[in-house]
Unconditional design. Sequence first.
Length: 383
Amino acid sequence: MAIEKFTINVSEALLADLRRRLDATRWPDELDKVGWELGSSLSYMKSLADYWRNAYEWRRQEATLNQLPQYRVALDGFHVHFVHERSKNPKPLPLIITHGWPGSFVEMVKLIPLLTDPAAHGGRAEDAFDVIVPSLPGYGFSDRPTERGMNPFKVAALWARLMSELGYERFAAQGGDWGSTISTALGLAHAQRIIGIHLNYIAGRFLLGGTLNQTPDDEIAKSFLAELRAWWDLEGGYSHVQSTKPETLGYALNDSPVGLAAWIVEKFRTWSDCAGELEHIFTKDELLTNVMIYWVTETLNSSARLYYETREQPLQLSLTNRVEVPVAMAVFPKEIPIPPRSLAERGYNIVRWTVMPRGGHFAAMEQPGLLAQDIREFFRALR
């Protein structure tokens, strides 16, 4: 199977088209003094768009990303893009890290060196990893699925194939958001190859029959379900649209760069530990580079379909369908509601549960040092 080197090279015509579209933005109106309450703030989006048009340097960001060793490989005719950073330390542990939505492989840029070369970042050389960061199907520079059925189990099967092609018979897995779901699917369907799984998110609905439409008998599940339903009632509109009618959304967000940025950036603000100020945690360059991955590849539509596919075939965890390989959970305080450990243990063999002092949903970008340290410490005993 041919693994080919990959270099990002966005055409000048595409960048010129982006500038034209930014210049032609039709701005919506806004109620007085609502800020972010109704969605992305008009004043912030105008500021971000102005920066995007007049100060943001894609070529500089492109060159930085191209310093990462990137590849593409065809797995049964489906091309997967991935970063493969090998450690120079002896006996590194292979670790596949999966991103989520609305993220991309660029979420892991700050995390990768902390894992491949821990000694250079306050860690121990013997805790080093070979790090593999694929782009999910329909995301970034991986192919967009053309047929139904690209659900978490099918993605996990692709990841298992990818690791075989790279020569790793056994490996570790890590992820948050969809990365948590894919890592969970690896632990269920490919347990014999998985050394351990480190998560920074657990989707509680998978412990509740796969949906929120349950009536649990026990108080622990009832209490968590009430918390989860309250969160989804306020914040879950994006997921319901992407789970039911993603194509309709795609027409708008594939056509308007500001619309795409508003859809994505609002989640970075809401789900991160930024106290309402996005740029306390993320720079405009970081936010826009992640948005650009979706824009230049035209993958917002295809990325959203993963929600639809998972709704069609939800992952369900229970005492009889449990991830039995060792699992660690890093709980960041501003994360989407996480099930209590006692509930999580019904679906996972939890051997480590770390409550972090700060951070949110985008842990690898927000708190890469804390995340890297927890990953190193967990896998130390499993090598």
